[in-house]
Design a protein around this ligand. Structure first.
Ligand code: ADP
Length: 282
C-alpha cells in the first residue's frame, strides 16, 4: 500500500462537530484509502503496536503513574461493541484492561445517582478501561423511554460534561466512540442471530421492539453529540456497517491516545549493575 493508508488522522476522520446523524453514511470508511483486505491486513499489523503501547502504560502504572485511558463504547444493539472488545481489546494483555458493561441498573444501582456505578468502574492508573455502554444510557434509553422526567435527564448533559472534566483532570484520557449501523444492517445482524444456533444467546426479543424507536434514538444520539462533545472529551462517530473498518478505526484511536501520553519504559528502581553482579554470583 501507499505510504499511509489514511488520508487524514482517524481522530479527524471521525470527528462529531456539526455532524447530522440523519445524513450519516453508516457504510462509509472515513479517512481510510484501502479496501477490506487492506484493512484486515493493517489491523493485524497494528494490534501488536497497540499491545506494546498498552504494556508501557501498564508498566508505568506499576511505577505509580496515575494515568489511564478509558474507551467508552456506545451504540445500538448489533452495532458491534462486543466485536470491538473481542478483536481490539482482545489484542492486549487482559491484566491491563478494566472492562465494565452497563445494563439495566440493578436494585442497588437504582438507589444511587446514575453516575455512582460509573465512578466505581473508572480505570486505575496504568489500565485501559472499556465501557460497554456507559452513563450515556442515562440520556439515551432513559430519554427515549421516559424513564425519568425531562427536567431530570435534561440536566444530565451538563452534569456529564462536568463529570468527564474531572475524569480527564485526574489523568484519564477519554476516548468516546458512538457506533452507528443502518436499520437495514441491524436487520441483517439480528437475522443472523436468529439463523445461527451459536448466535441465539445474543438475541433478545426486545431488540426488535427497540427498532420501532429508531428515530427517537437518532434524536437522543444527536443531542448527545451536540451537547457532550467537548475539547477534553470529544465524541468520535464511527460508521459501523463494516466491521473491519470499525475495528481498525478504534485500534487507531487507542494507538493515537497512547502515543499522546509519550510513554517511556519506567526507569529501574534499583542499581542494574549491582543486581547483575548479584545474579551472576548466585
Ligand atoms: P447488551 O444488550 O448490550 O448485550 P444487556 O442486555 O446486559 O447488554 O443490557 C443492555 C440493556 O440495558 C440495553 O437495552 C440498555 O439500554 C439497558 N440499559 C443500560 N443502562 C441503562 C439505564 N441506565 N437505564 C435503563 N436501561 C439501561
Amino acid at each position: 500500500m501507499a505510504k499511509s493508508p489514511w488520508s487524514k488522522p482517524v481522530t479527524k476522520a471521525l470527528q462529531a462537530d456539526g455532524l447530522e446523524l440523519g445524513k450519516f453514511d453508516t457504510s462509509a470508511t472515513p479517512g481510510f484509502k484501502g479496501n477490506k483486505k487492506d484493512g484486515e491486513q493493517l489491523l493485524a499489523e497494528r494490534g501488536p503496536v497497540l499491545s506494546d503501547l498498552q504494556e508501557k502504560l501498564f508498566a508505568n502504572g506499576r511505577s505509580g503513574d496515575p494515568r489511564s485511558v478509558l474507551l467508552v463504547l456506545q451504540g445500538m444493539d448489533t452495532a458491534g461493541k462486543g466485536g470491538i472488545v473481542r478483536h481490539v481489546i482482545g489484542s492486549v494483555d487482559p491484566q491491563g484492561v478494566d472492562h465494565a458493561a452497563f445494563g439495566v441498573p440493578t436494585a442497588e444501582e437504582k438507589r444511587h445517582n446514575y453516575l455512582w456505578r460509573i465512578r466505581r468502574q473508572l480505570p486505575r492508573g496504568g489500565q485501559i478501561g472499556v465501557f460497554d455502554r456507559s452513563h450515556y444510557e442515562d440520556v439515551l434509553v432513559v430519554r427515549v423511554h421516559n424513564l425519568v422526567a425531562p427536567e431530570v435527564w435534561g440536566k444530565r448533559y451538563d452534569e456529564i460534561n462536568k463529570f468527564e472534566r474531572k475524569i480527564v483532570d485526574s489523568g484519564t484520557t477519554l476516548i468516546k466512540v458512538a457506533m452507528f449501523v443502518s436499520l437495514d444492517e441491524q436487520r441483517k445482524r439480528l437475522a443472523e442471530r436468529l439463523n445461527r444456533p451459536d448466535k441465539y444467546w445474543k438475541f433478545n426479543p426486545n431488540d426488535i421492539d427497540e427498532r420501532g424507536f429508531w428515530p427517537a434514538y437518532q434524536e437522543a444520539y444527536q443531542a448527545v453529540l451536540d451537547r457532550t462533545s467537548t475539547d477534553y472529551a470529544p465524541w468520535h462517530v464511527l460508521p459501523a456497517d463494516r466491521k473491519w473498518y470499525s475495528r481498525l478505526a478504534v485500534t487507531e484511536l487507542l494507538i493515537d491516545a497512547l502515543q499522546n501520553l509519550k510513554l517511556d519504559w519506567p526507569a529501574a528502581q534499583f542499581d542494574v549493575e549491582e543486581q547483575k553482579k548479584r545474579l551472576a554470583a548466585s
